[in-house]
Design a protein around this ligand. Structure first.
Ligand code: SAM
Length: 327
């Protein structure tokens, strides 16, 4: 799959549910309305969809959500997709909030997963409660330990939040690196209608300049297939990534598309255009219609997003929440 700008699409992110057991303040409202279950693709349909993308050249598959590990029987999907690892697929990964990892770390490893991204925005249990509203810090830390014990390589994803976790970012970097984990900092993106998002927005250009006064940040060529730019931190010996959709967009190297749990394909996280894959998937047990729908969508992949966060910007850039399209 090659888009009109010559970018080869080899990375698919699939959101298997829009539901989550946390309610992070920058992500969704506390009383969020989720999709009726009847609208979701079945696990069998999700598998078929993933296989269609693998046949079209997808090499990396990331399962996300919502919280992917709260979807009932989701391990079945991991096991099935794990069979593709020696057959077209090079990597099967997961983005999770860690709440269910203690239970699922071993089965994930057994299915062929080797890397997981765990989202963690603070080391302070009280602050964690404030940010996630419903999350339990000790469960996530237990999940991270279980993942490492199972042999999974863990990367921490931390959304940089003004006045909330900005002062503890150095402690988090040192904590992660001391435990052999890479860490990636993410800018808050204007996705979904959230009260007062602007209050959380911390440009990573500012944070990086501050970190550079404290640490020696050496540029690296390290790439995981995602959008982060990585630096080696000389003082800790670990890697620190920056995902900066707002201060520096990285669209020119975008190799990704996303599919939601209802089978809607988004060619860009930051644009509204999408394609329905559920109808062609259900119309026939052959993949011809589905393949045509995917091909027609790829040729509409936009050059880039145009996120802006700005004080005057009520409504958000996009009404869609990150929990629907998947992080
Ligand atoms: N539940 C899983 C998790 O917590 O990693 C996967 C889905 S979650 C939507 C993926 C990532 O998106 C998390 O790291 C979360 O912090 C981040 N996220 C959610 N809303 C965001 C927003 N508006 N801007 C930036 N990151 C966001």
């Amino acid at each position: 799959m090659i888009d009109p700008f010559g970018r080869r699409i080899s990375y698919l992110r699939v959101s298997v549910t829009d539901r989550c057991d946390f309610r992070c303040v920058y992500c969704m409202a506390e009383h969020m309305n989720f999709l009726p279950r009847a609208e979701l693709l079945s696990l069998e349909e999700l598998e078929r969809l993933c296989n269609a993308f693998i046949a079209k050249g997808v090499k990396r598959l990331r399962i996300t959500g919502g919280e992917p590990l709260v979807r009932r029987s989701v391990m079945w999907l991991f096991e099935r997709l794990g069979h593709r690892l020696s057959d077209g697929l090079e990597e099967l990964t997961l983005t999770t909030n860690g709440s269910q990892l203690a239970r699922f770390a071993d089965p994930l490893f057994a299915a062929g997963v080797r890397r997981v991204n765990v989202s963690l925005d603070t080391l302070d249990p009280h602050k964690f409660r404030e940010i996630t509203r419903w999350g339990k810090h000790s469960r996530v830390l237990g999940g991270i330990e279980a993942a490492q014990a199972a042999g999974l390589s863990v990367k921490l994803n931390t959304v940089a939040l003004r006045d909330i976790n900005e002062a503890e970012i150095p402690d988090m970097i040192e904590w992660a690196h001391a435990r052999g984990m890479d860490m990636t900092l993410i800018e808050t993106m204007p996705l979904g209608d959230i009260d007062n998002r602007m209050a959380f927005y911390l440009p990573l250009s500012i944070l990086r300049a501050r970190l550079a006064q404290r640490y020696t940040l050496e540029e690296t060529q390290h790439h995981t297939g995602g959008p982060a730019r990585y630096f080696h931190v000389a003082e800790t010996g670990g890697r620190l990534g920056f995902i900066t959709p707002l201060t520096h967009n990285f669209c020119e190297t975008c190799n990704r598309v996303r599919v939601t749990c209802t089978g809607r394909m988004y060619m860009c996280l930051g644009q509204e255009d999408s394609a329905d894959l559920r109808a062609p998937l259900r119309a026939s047990s052959e993949n011809a219609l589905l393949n045509t729908a995917i091909e027609n969508a790829i040729i509409r992949k936009p050059k880039g997003h145009d996120f802006i966060i700005d004080r005057r910007q009520t409504p958000p850039a996009l009404r869609r929440h990150m929990s629907l399209t998947g992080g």
